[in-house]
Design a binder for this molecule. Sequence first.
Ligand code: HEM
Length: 565
Amino acid sequence: MAYDVRLIVNALRKCTGWFPGVHNASAYAPAVPLGGRPAVMEGVATNSLPLVTLSLSLKGILFGLLVTFIVSYTRRSRQRLPPQPSRLPIVGNLFQLTDKRWLLSRDCKERFGEVMYLDVLGKPTIIFNSLKSASEVLERRASNSPGRPRLIVVNEILFGGLGLAYMGHGEVWRRMRRAAHEALTKSAVQRYHPIQTKEATILVSALLANPGNRERHIQRTAASAIMSIMYDYPTLVSGLDKVVQDMDRNIHWSARAAAGSSLVEFFPWMIHVPQRFAKWKRDALKQAAERSQMFLRLFNHVKMDLVSVGVRPSFSASLIERQDRNRLSEREMAFLAGSMFGAGLETTSTSLTWWILAMVAFPETQRRAQAELDAVVGRARLPTYADAPRLPYVRAIIKEVLRWRPAVQLGVPHVAAEDDWYDGMLIPKGAICIANIWHCNHDRAVFGDDADDFKPERHLGDNGELLPGPKETNLEGHVSFGFGRRVCVGRHLANDSLFIHTARILWATTLKCAQDENGKELPPDTSAFEEMGIISRPPPFDCVIAPRFPEVQSILVEERESFED
Ligand code: HEM
């Protein structure tokens, strides 16, 4: 009897998604309509194998039947998984996972739909490409995904297992998370308004005095505010302060490590390689020792001040006051405060930089916000937190910036505790779940055909009031703060900080495009971004920052003099 081996091999390929020779993004399965299944699920090309015809005996027939059985069994179980791009032997879809630009592309969403399955070195990984799928699985059924995957470098080495953002959801995480949550509720963060107000004023003055150093001023203000909030640290004069530089180095390390860039994340046995053969391990351990010393030093300072100077509001002080209730050890408290610094600094400063870019690129939105400020605040004083309820457009701009250009474009990974289903597709137990925050925030099914446009008024109601976001978005109007039990614990602090900084910059300055020598405007590129680990920020851009009216300078000086230090 003659059999065409091609049929058997192709059937195998159809079920396993194995495409020999596929090794880069250009080799993804052919396009299919939105919501359709990619080629790997629909069928495979049959013209790449040589025609081999064999004469088979009875044994061959039995072998064929066995293969057919395995094929149809594998196919049945695979068909329940979300669509998967073609993969390579052994590494599977590793290269798709690390190709962030492709993951953020419309092409990815259109080919693979709302939920995509990647096999990364044998680890099932699910990418949620729509707001509906991410919020249903990670928000509404949040109790199934509070965990994090094992993050060896950032959690186990750099944070010694105590990095709030990166640790698993065990008992220690629960205690640390509850303590952080209680110290940073919407009402608790109001005690930090004086710090944030002062920092915003210093930032505006610095931007007007020396606009060329814009990025350095933003970095200083973000670092200074968070150091004061976490440790009651005095206002930093410069972003070059040693403690900030140390922290900064650590943050960069964490951000890179959190992006899973180290080989040990994929080959955990590498953790056992002795240090003398593994530079990555030596470097990471050195960073970890520095980090631990710094966290403990800063925290102990607050403890001593509590005795000598008395209680002044800070996150660390509130942890010490509630130590019995929180049941946290000194080390856990010190690492909790340190985790907050790392998680809050780059995210907030990056969002402020995206905001400046948006104001320069879309001057009509800037003018509308300034008209609102003139009407509500006038020009005789700077805006304050008390004005916030009557400044819906200023706040709508913040929501829109966070939606339009999220600082974290691909969410921090969660892990599915049990098998779960979305739209008939299996999310297997143990799968790494990553919300594609970029696609969620630009989801046309929720935000309309103009989802890619910068349009703050989408957050306003008919009477100009600020709307709660779509129900899928934690009512923020975006999902840039993540999901479920791991949602950003510092989001109220971040929102308040962005409000006072942006309101004061808008009140005092006009932000304009830079010009070339012929007076031609040089608008910033609104679609480019550069990556720092899990953070995406705009590439450097120039802009002009000028006082909006003559009295600005004297009012700023007066305001600064009113701050006692
Ligand atoms: C605009 C500013 C910010 C953005 C865009 C942002 C974004 C995020 C995102 C996407 C996550 C991951 C959520 C998830 O796993 O689903 C996160 C977690 C976290 N954020 Fe933020 N964040 C910001 C500001 C802050 C600030 C100011 C702090 C602290 C002061 C902070 C502290 C944290 C912590 C500790 C976590 C980990 C929570 C956990 O795993 O239990 N963040 N943030």
